[in-house]
Write a protein that binds this ligand. Structure first.
Ligand SMILES: CC(C)(COP(=O)(O)OP(=O)(O)OC[C@H]1O[C@@H](n2cnc3c(N)ncnc32)[C@H](O)[C@@H]1OP(=O)(O)O)[C@@H](O)C(=O)NCCC(=O)NCCS
Length: 167
């Protein structure tokens, strides 16, 4: 498992709340990371409605971000993204676990997310944390040719021990 000790560069990333000024940089990473990126306005909306919006940064440069909504006992991981140079060092796992801990501490019982079947890296991350597939949304995503299904995955946040501290 990737850990901060194994990847000291990643350990230098500082997590903090996303601010409106971060959105252009977040959007630039989004466009480089997804074939069908969110719009800049969608990030603005997430901040405006008060979703949990977190970034990793180093020396003022955003290196990754995570966005989660919470309500009625359910947390929904809406976006999780690490800028390409920082991938494979444990940052994505660290950011996801931070979001899940926040949901757990806020009393949410379940975490949900959607992922493309073709996104093998993200699926491996989610499965390693304990997410299991509970549904399928047919044709949910845009794809280069037509549409792609979404796997709906769920994780129980009750009785699960989240160790470590929140940054
Ligand atoms: C998915 C993503 C957030 C993972 O972030 P990351 O910092 O690279 O992931 P980590 O280094 O924390 O890796 C955690 C685990 O994910 C899995 N994983 C990550 N990248 C992988 C890859 N390319 N292939 C296979 N498994 C991978 C592994 O299980 C890994 O655990 P390990 O290091 O013990 O083997 C990142 O690749 C990303 O931003 N991708 C583009 C955006 C995206 O697809 N987001 C998810 C949308 S559902």
């Amino acid at each position: 498992m990737a850990s901060q000790a194994n990847f000291p560069a990643q350990a230098a990333l500082v997590e903090r709340v996303m601010r409106a000024q971060d959105v252009p940089c977040v959007y630039a990473i989004e466009c480089l990371s997804y074939p069908f990126p969110w719009s800049q306005g969608l990030f603005d909306d997430c901040l405006r409605v008060g979703y949990v919006c977190r970034v990793f940064e180093q020396d003022g440069l955003v290196a990754g971000y995570g966005i989660m909504s919470m309500g009625a006992g359910e947390a929904h991981i809406l976006n999780l993204c690490v800028d390409a140079p920082w991938r494979g060092q444990g940052a994505g796992r660290r950011l996801l676990l931070s979001l899940l801990m926040r949901a757990h501490l806020a009393g949410q019982e379940w975490a949900f997310l959607e992922v493309r079947p073709s996104n093998l890296g993200a699926r491996a991350l989610y499965e390693s944390i304990g997410f299991t597939q509970v549904g399928l949304r047919r044709g949910y995503y845009q794809a280069p040719e037509g549409r792609e299904d979404a796997l709906v995955c769920r994780l129980s946040l009750t009785g699960r021990l989240f160790s470590g501290s929140l940054e």
